[in-house]
Design a protein around this ligand. Structure first.
Ligand SMILES: Cc1ncc(C[n+]2csc(CCOP(=O)(O)OP(=O)(O)O)c2C)c(N)n1
Length: 213
């Protein structure tokens, strides 16, 4: 006889643990330390703060910055990872941007590129637009969501000193891999890279040898 499926009761949902914090990691120095280990890795950012963090950590043509629209960093990084199987690719984004494109994790799991890592810099806020609370400040557990989509390898980081461990996970573990770093809400000076999307894309494609210089 088949067993009846287990039901989730309303009180179980109400009592589910919250996933907030501790949000202690300083984003700028953490991203800089992490990217020292990128080697020849390509990095694709979500808009706003992660783009500024990447630019502040050192500009280079292998950085694909984004501006304007939320929700596209993981699907962009996925396309690049599939097209460039010999290069490691990192999607570096915020929790708000990740939530807006959350379905892309299902496609990542399905396509399963071995060269793709995803890092969500999770301050549990929409920092750029006024620090409104995001869902990861409550019951939404991003690593569990990624596993639910079928990304088996996930990592949660809450300590500043873990950047080398995290880099090893993101840049060397067979992908797709997904990580969340619980970062502090900080007031960092703006570091704005090139804004022209065509220029950013051309420089990136040139770095990959897809366009003449
Ligand atoms: C489709 C869309 N909706 C809303 C916005 C406005 N917006 C720009 S940045 C941002 C918050 C981004 O939050 P997060 O990805 O968590 O990054 P943080 O700045 O907190 O590091 C919002 C809502 C946008 N650019 N695009």
């Amino acid at each position: 006889m088949t067993k009846a499926p287990e039901k989730t009761t309303r009180s179980q949902v109400k009592d589910a643990p919250k996933n907030a914090g501790p949000n202690q990691i300083d984003r700028r120095s953490f991203v800089k330390d992490l990217l020292q280990h990128r080697g020849s890795g390509l990095v694709v950012t979500g808009l706003g703060s992660p783009t500024w963090d990447l630019f502040a950590s050192g500009d280079q043509p292998e950085n694909l910055y984004s501006w304007g629209g939320m929700g596209l960093s993981v699907s962009t990084a996925l396309g690049i990872a599939l097209a460039q199987p010999d290069r490691r690719v990192l999607a570096l984004t915020g929790d708000g941007e990740m939530m807006m494109g959350i379905g892309s994790l299902g496609v990542v799991a399905d396509q399963a590129p071995g060269n793709l890592g995803i890092l969500v810099l999770d301050n549990e806020r929409f920092a750029e637009t006024g620090r409104q609370k995001g869902l990861s400040s409550g019951r939404a557990d991003l690593c569990a969501i990624a596993r639910g989509f079928g990304i088996a390898e996930t990592m949660l980081v809450t300590e500043q000193g873990k950047s080398a461990d995290l880099a090893k996970f993101l840049f060397t573990t067979k992908g797709p891999v997904f990580a969340v770093a619980k970062i502090a809400v900080t007031e960092d000076p703006w570091k704005l890279p090139e804004k022209d999307g065509a220029a950013i894309s051309l420089r990136f494609r040139q770095a990959l040898g897809l366009e003449p210089r």
